[in-house]
Ligand binder design. Structure first.
Ligand code: SF4
Length: 279
C-alpha cells in the first residue's frame, strides 16, 4: 500500500465519520425523539471500534470493589440523564485511542500490578459494545493470574442476543453487574432516551444470563426518591421477582451522585433535583 493510498483511506474514513457524527444522538434535551438503543449501539460501534480494537481514554486503579484496575472506554447505547461518565459518552469521536484486546489487557495488567490488585474491569461506557474486543479481552483475563473481571452493563445487547450471554458465561472469572434504569417503560424512556419497547431488553438480558448459568447480580437506580416513585420501584421489584426472587434479595440499589457531568446532563434534560448540604 502506497503512502498516497493510505492518506486517501484516512480521508475517506474521516468523511464517513463526519456523516455518522452529524446525526449522532448526544445528551437528552426536552422534546427529544426516543431512539432504538440497539441501533444506537451499532452507530456507536462505527465510531469507537475498528475490528477487534476499541477506544479507551485511560487505564487506572480505583478503590471501588476494594481496589480494581480499570480501563476507561468510550461510547454507550443509552443516554441516562443521571449518567456520571465523562463527555466521551456524548462525543465519542473526540476522545480515546483504539486498543486491541492484547493492548488493553497489557495496560490493565500494568496498573493492576503497580497497585497490587487482582481484579479488573471496563468502565466509563457500555463494555458490551465491540463484542469481538470484549470477548478477546475476556479470553486474556481467563488465562491470566487475575482473579476476577467485573462486567458492568446496561443489559441492552445481552438482552437483544441470547448467544452473547452464553459467550460471556463461558468465562469463569467474569462476574456481570447488570444495571436497571427504571421500573416502567415510560420512565425508562424519560430517563434513558430509549424507545419504551426497549425497556424489556435489560430484563431479557437477566433471563439470558440466568439461562446461560452466568455469575451476575442486578443493580438498579431505585434508592433515590427524587427520580423514582415508590410505585415505580415496586414495579421493578415485582418484575425481578417474577424472574427469580433471589434477584430481589441480592439487588444493589443506587442513588444519583452529583458528579459534574451528571449535573450538566440533568440541566440539559431540564430536570431539577435538590441536593443536600455538602453535595
Ligand atoms: S449510566 Fe451507564 S448505561 Fe446510562 S448512559 Fe451512562 S454509561 Fe450508559
Amino acid at each position: 500500500m502506497t503512502m498516497s493510498h493510505e492518506r486517501r483511506e484516512t480521508r475517506d474514513e474521516r468523511r464517513i465519520m463526519t456523516g455518522v457524527c452529524q446525526t449522532y444522538q448526544r445528551y437528552l434535551e426536552p422534546g427529544f425523539s426516543p431512539f432504538d438503543p440497539v441501533e444506537l449501539a451499532g452507530r456507536t460501534e462505527e465510531i469507537v471500534c475498528r475490528g477487534e480494537r476499541r477506544k479507551y481514554t485511560k487505564f487506572y486503579c480505583t478503590g471501588v470493589y476494594g481496589g480494581i484496575a480499570t480501563g476507561y472506554t468510550c461510547g454507550c447505547c443509552l443516554r441516562c440523564i443521571f449518567c456520571w461518565v465523562n463527555w466521551s459518552r456524548d462525543f465519542p469521536e473526540k476522545y480515546g485511542v483504539l486498543r486491541s484486546p492484547a493492548e488493553a489487557f497489557s495496560r490493565l495488567s500494568r496498573v493492576a500490578r503497580k497497585a497490587g490488585v487482582k481484579q479488573l474491569r471496563i468502565s466509563g461506557a457500555e463494555p458490551t459494545l465491540g463484542k469481538s474486543h470484549l470477548l478477546g479481552l475476556l479470553e486474556k483475563v481467563e488465562s491470566s493470574p487475575f482473579r476476577l473481571f467485573i462486567l458492568e452493563t446496561n443489559g441492552i445487547l445481552i438482552g437483544a442476543e441470547a448467544d452473547y450471554a452464553r459467550q460471556i458465561a463461558r468465562f469463569k472469572k467474569v462476574h456481570t453487574r447488570i444495571c436497571l434504569k427504571a421500573g416502567t417503560a415510560e420512565a425508562f424512556t424519560k430517563k434513558t432516551g430509549a424507545l419504551p419497547e426497549s425497556f424489556e431488553l435489560p430484563f431479557q438480558g437477566i433471563v439470558n444470563l440466568l439461562e446461560a448459568g452466568a455469575s451476575f447480580h442486578v443493580a438498579a437506580m431505585t434508592a433515590d426518591a427524587r427520580i423514582v416513585t415508590q410505585q415505580e420501584r415496586q414495579m421493578l421489584l415485582d418484575r425481578l421477582a417474577s424472574i427469580d426472587s433471589a434477584l430481589v434479595s441480592n439487588l444493589e440499589e443506587e442513588v444519583v451522585d452529583p458528579y459534574h457531568t451528571t449535573l450538566e446532563r440533568l440541566r440539559y434534560a431540564g430536570v431539577k433535583l435538590t441536593w443536600g448540604q455538602g453535595q
